[in-house]
Design a protein around this ligand. Structure first.
Ligand SMILES: Nc1ncnc2c1ncn2[C@@H]1O[C@H](COP(=O)(O)OP(=O)(O)OP(=O)(O)O)[C@@H](O)[C@H]1O
Ligand SMILES: [Mg+2]
Length: 453
């Protein structure tokens, strides 16, 4: 058989076919690229609206049509569809609604659940779209965009003003784009739901934090009130013991003295003197008890004297060498700070005697312009604060917690420096609010407080 290309007519027919094939190949390449680029945009994290708009622009160019639209199913309105994005849809901006069902191309496509191709709208019998008639559309096609669980999200449609034959490859291209878009929209929705859930959780955390802060403030106020009441009660008991019981015992003691002299019989007088000695002991005990409850010298002689009196007595009984260093002068120290400082010293000294197995006890008190600082140090066995926390199941033991609480309630700081075998230093700093200090005591000016040497 002769080669058909040898004849001129056949040669030009073959040339035309070659050109068509090349054009088709170019279109396919552009379409493949379009799907890839849409994939990039999806990964780029665009939102649903931006993505839908970009997709309609790409598709319109890739298929060479003047109009393209993405419409969305409205869950609460089966009669209408929402226009999400579109190009060439004059008078139908995103956000407008279309008729669903057999009153639009997209509606019909969603109804039948598969691609719909319209070659000639004037001959269309399956649906009737007034909008397409108004836009003078001649032909078009639409595919379903799948949503979660195969429920449709919406439809992607292209419209041409001239009669067009949409090839199977063209329909497949539109379907591929719809699949990429559907997956992207599902991901966007999931991310939006996640972000909303995260925001909801963050709000709850913020609310709970606020509640906790509020509860903390109330606890602080309660704690402060309890400490104040306890101090008031102690002061009252101390005064009662000293003024009432102590005075009465002194009167009894004096009358016993008189009785011993008045009694003629020596054996009887000796018994009265024994009773008088017992009353002396009782008076001493009452006095000690009263001072323990509230050292009157704190009010009369000031903080260093009260601390010295207390610690010296305890150290002597425990056989500890004791040293007190005072820096600065105590003037106008508010009574609540004086008592808090004394109570911290009292608990810290008690701890040294009870737990430290120390040889030396050193206390330093520094009165600054902005703060008063206290340090109680021993050279004993030290301890592991973490282990104390683990055993007590709380942040600290009750005594340590009490010291910290007293410092915190007055806006101060509390610190323990200790390690097993390294002794212990307990430090508390209480800010002073001077009349010329508008903002109150500043921690920066307080420094780390005194060191016990
Ligand atoms: N100076 C110290 N040297 C060694 N261990 C100490 C010292 N101070 C405290 N500890 C350890 O820390 C623990 C907690 O002290 P904390 O004062 O809180 O409680 P406590 O003294 O045991 O009882 P309380 O509630 O009566 O004060 C102590 O049991 C002890 O093991
Ligand atoms: Mg203790």
């Amino acid at each position: 058989m002769a080669d058909p290309r040898s004849r001129p007519a056949a040669r030009s027919a073959v040339g035309r076919l070659d050109r068509q094939a090349m054009r088709l190949a170019a279109v396919r390449t552009y379409q493949r690229e379009a799907v890839t680029r849409i994939g990039y945009m999806v990964r780029g994290g665009l939102g649903v609206d931006d993505l839908a708009r970009a997709v309609t622009e790409f598709v319109a160019t890739a298929i060479d049509v003047p109009r393209c639209a993405v419409v969305e199913v409205l869950p609460d309105d089966p009669d209408h569809l929402l226009v999400r994005a579109g190009v060439g849809l004059d008078g139908v901006p995103p956000g407008s609604v279309l008729e669903a069902g057999t009153l639009s191309l997209s509606g019909y496509t969603l109804m039948v659940g598969r691609p719909v191709v319209v070659r000639d709208l004037s001959k269309e019998r399956r649906f009737r779209s007034r909008l397409l008639e108004q836009l003078n559309v001649a032909s078009g096609m639409a595919v379903v965009i799948a949503g979660p669980d195969r429920t449709p999200y919406g439809a992607l449609s292209v419209l041409a003003d001239e009669p067009r034959v949409f090839t199977r490859a063209c329909v497949q291209f539109l379907q591929s784009v719809a699949e990429v878009l559907g997956a992207a929209i599902q991901r966007c929705r999931a991310e939006e739901a996640l972000a909303a859930e995260r925001a909801r959780l963050e709000l709850r955390v913020a609310e709970r934090t606020q509640d906790l802060g509020e509860a903390n403030r109330r606890l602080r106020a309660l704690s402060k009130r309890l400490i104040d009441l306890q101090e008031e009660e102690r002061r009252h008991l101390a005064r009662e013991l000293h003024d009432e019981i102590g005075q009465s015992l002194t009167v009894i003691r004096m009358s016993l003295d008189g009785l011993a002299e008045a009694v003629g019989e020596e054996s009887l007088a000796a018994r009265v003197r024994e009773d008088a000695a017992r009353v002396d002991d009782l008076i001493a005990q009452i006095r000690a008890l009263s001072l323990d409850l509230r050292p009157a010298m704190l009010d009369d002689l000031g903080l260093p004297a009260a601390v010295r009196w207390y610690a010296e007595r305890v150290a002597e009984r425990a056989g500890l060498a004791f040293e007190l260093k005072v820096r600065g002068t105590e003037s106008g120290l508010p009574p609540n700070i004086a008592i808090a400082c004394f109570r911290v010293a009292q608990e810290a000294v008690t701890n040294v005697v009870r737990h430290a197995r120390a040889r030396r006890l050193r206390i330093a008190i520094a009165f600054g312009r902005w703060a008063v600082a206290l340090c109680v140090r021993d050279d004993g066995i030290g301890f592991d604060p973490d282990a104390v926390r683990r055993i007590s199941g709380r942040d600290m033991g009750v005594g340590l917690l009490g010291m910290q609480e007293r410092a915190m309630l007055l806006g101060g700081r509390f610190r323990i420096d200790t390690a097993v075998g390294k002794g212990t230093a307990v430090r508390a700093v209480f800010p002073l609010r001077r009349r010329d200090d508008k903002k109150g005591g500043s921690d920066e000016r307080v420094g780390a407080g005194p060191s016990c040497g």
